[in-house]
Design a protein around this ligand. Sequence first.
Ligand SMILES: Cc1cc2nc3c(=O)[nH]c(=O)nc-3n(C[C@H](O)[C@H](O)[C@H](O)COP(=O)(O)OP(=O)(O)OC[C@H]3O[C@@H](n4cnc5c(N)ncnc54)[C@H](O)[C@@H]3O)c2cc1C
Length: 401
Amino acid sequence: MTKPDFDLIIVGGGMVGSSLAYALRNTAMKIAIIEATEPSSEYQPSYDDRGIALSYGSQRIFETMDLWSQLKTYATAISDIHVSDRGHFGVTRLSAQDEQVPALGQVITARYMGQVLNHAIAQQANLEPIWKATVTSLEQFDDYAQLQLDNGRQLSAQLIVAADGAHSTLRQLLGLGALERDYQQTAITANISTERPHKGCAYERFTDTGPIALLPMSDNRCSLVWTVKSGDDAAILASSDADFLGQLQQRFGYRLGKLTQVGQRNSYPLKLVQADQPIQRRVVLIGNAAHSLHPIAGQGFNLGLRDVVALADVLADGHADYGDSRLLHDYSQWRQSDQDKVIAYTSSLVSLFSNDNPFLGHLRGAGLSLMEMLPPAKHWLAKHSMGINGKQPRLSRGIPL
Ligand SMILES: Cc1cc2nc3c(=O)[nH]c(=O)nc-3n(C[C@H](O)[C@H](O)[C@H](O)COP(=O)(O)OP(=O)(O)OC[C@H]3O[C@@H](n4cnc5c(N)ncnc54)[C@H](O)[C@@H]3O)c2cc1C
């Protein structure tokens, strides 16, 4: 058997790729991570100012990985979630108290996540980070796979993990198809200051043009994700601060009093992308490279992190061949159902809640009222939002690798 340069090469040092590298820090594996940008979260496109709602399950994973003590400095706890539908009756509320957990989730900006993760992987003895490099070709052999980088280096490994995001180069090099659904929607993000304190409550408000999420953040700011029809975004982005806040206030209402200030705005066209076959010979796709979701339910990274801990669990016990097809098959079997459920759940929320059909509007109102009256239904929704359903890998159960 040819001895490859590494046991594992991770392509893409975003939130998902870096989390995988860090999860495997105490193993015997020799790992490389290849990232297209400079070693600073300032330059990585995914480490921008968007607020990421980490589920309770993701928080537990970072606790087990000994990273939570650093992340929590920048995090704001979600104590309650308030879901409403503009123009219809029906509201439902989830609370940490009812679910008997310290918090339903935590909000942290992607930029801080990037700072903490980049610093953490820089200290890792079994990891070689390769910055400012991209992959130009991939060859798969029986006992290893080989990558050619644009800086002239050639690297081989028993296993390659593609964590290179929604526009995955590895997916393209493999010639893999993907299910794609263009939602014809754009998410506008910004930090918003409000007259009344958020008191740890996250608001999800459905409107006829798309959902609005306001997530609690430090200094009594909220992180906004405002989904609008593509085509409407340019005018909203170009409006003055006063106009922007006026339009948002009209759609969100006065639950947090007057909306007083808006920070820098960013926009993201929204599309579902699901790779056809995330397991290939000596290659696994994880995170956004495997499935990129609508942010309506704040599940994209949480789902990617569950890929990470399941794959780390399968790899961690020391194997003669980390790219063995049986290992990859075990991983794929384990993850399939969670991925399918979250994708289906997210897509049906988009269809049901981004719709101006009056019948669906009444149905949504009735559904939210019913949910409020049925504690088991609320409990089911809360468990889903917290990401603690199904068979849990060790890192999710508080057991270090
Ligand atoms: C508006 C918005 C709000 C969101 N809110 C939430 C939320 O509240 N909760 C949640 O869980 N998720 C949320 N998400 C989703 C979350 O941001 C993504 O799921 C997450 O960023 C995916 O991480 P990733 O590492 O898989 O991919 P990416 O973040 O895209 O990282 C990929 C990395 O690979 C690098 N790269 C790309 N190509 C190459 C190459 N060829 N060679 C080397 N490196 C390469 C890139 O530079 C990048 O660093 C949100 C998304 C959006 C757009």
